[in-house]
Each structure stands twice: as structure tokens, then as C-alpha cells.
Design a protein around this ligand. Sequence first.
Ligand code: SF4
Ligand code: SF4
Length: 199
Amino acid sequence: MSLRELYIKGIKIDPNIFTFRFGCRCNGECCHYGVYTDLKEYEHILEIKDKIIPLMDESQSKNLSDWFEPAEEDDDFESGVAVGTEIINNKCAFLDKNGLCVLQRLALLEGEHKWKHKPIYCVLFPLTIYQNTLTIDDEHIDRLSYCNKYPVSDTSIFEACKEELEFFFGKEGFDELLNYQQEVLSQVHNGVLNNGNKK
Ligand code: SF4
Ligand code: SF4
């Protein structure tokens, strides 16, 4: 029996997320390249600028015009427009000298959920949404020097990102993912699907 396709909130789920092995072991190299934010996230960050700026250090720019690249059209973003964060001192404009994201630090200082102000693509990485599919961001993983270079454990990228996926899809959507995981793993077990890392 072939594997059914699963869509949650209109997003197709790549079954490879249940078999691709991944371990998160470095100290945030993924933040050195910045991120694409949705237009609404970009606007939100600018709205809270007065709370962000006091958290920034001398390795960052407190000048708003340095924070973002020009906007561009991109259908993988809810509003259809993506805005990339700039790289300053070889790291995302929002990463401080201690390797911490000031957007996350602000949320924690406010006693809010840690990802309240964080762009969703930061939350999801090493997963991503590409062509309306939740999949592995293997292109970005591959260009990083330390990310997942020694996948010695059997942990799948899905297992490594459970908290993030429940945050993104909600409890109901996450339960659907858990059911789909069982279906996928049973097909892998029966030899219908391949196991191992996608390369
Ligand atoms: S996702 Fe990759 S680059 Fe980011 S902290 Fe984890 S191992 Fe490092
Ligand atoms: S916004 Fe924060 S989490 Fe996202 S890339 Fe920049 S520093 Fe990293």
C-alpha cells in the first residue's frame, strides 16, 4: 500500500522528516546567515524596536535601516512577501555577541513564550517550508560547517524538532504528525520506503 499524502493547515508533509537523522550540537551557526521573515513579522519587529534596541550590544547596529534587506515576493510566506535580516559582523542583525537572539531574549524578559517575537523560519530550522511543503532545509544544513556534520545518534529530525512543530501546527496538527510518523515508519520497516538520510 502506498503512503498517503498528508497536508496540515494546507502544508504538505515530507515523509523524509521521520527518517532523516539529525543532531543539534553547535552553538547557533545557523544564525550567522540571517533569516527571511514574513512581511508581518518584519512589521512586528519594527513595532517593538524600542524594546529591542536596549538589549543590543556593541556587535550589533541600533540603526533600524541596517536590520533588513529589501523586501521580495515569495509564495512560501503567508503574506507573499519575504524580508531578509541583514548580516552584521558575520551574524544576523539580531544575534548578540554571546550568541543569543535578542528577539528571544526580549520575549523571555517579558515572561512571554520564548518564540513570541521570533520569525517562524528561525523556529523551524533545520526544517523549512519550501514550495508549500514542510521539509528538511538540507541546502542550508549542507553549507554550514558544523550543523549535523556528525549525526551519530539515531534521532530523526522530527524527533529533534517536536517542540517547534507543536508550536507551529498546534496540538491537533502535531497529533496528526505523530500518526503519520507511525505510518511512515511502518512502511520503512516493511521495506516500502527507504530509511536513512536524504542525499
Ligand atoms: S540547527 Fe544546526 S547550526 Fe543551528 S544550532 Fe543546531 S546544529 Fe547548530
Ligand atoms: S532572528 Fe534571531 S533566531 Fe533568527 S537568525 Fe536572527 S538571531 Fe537567529
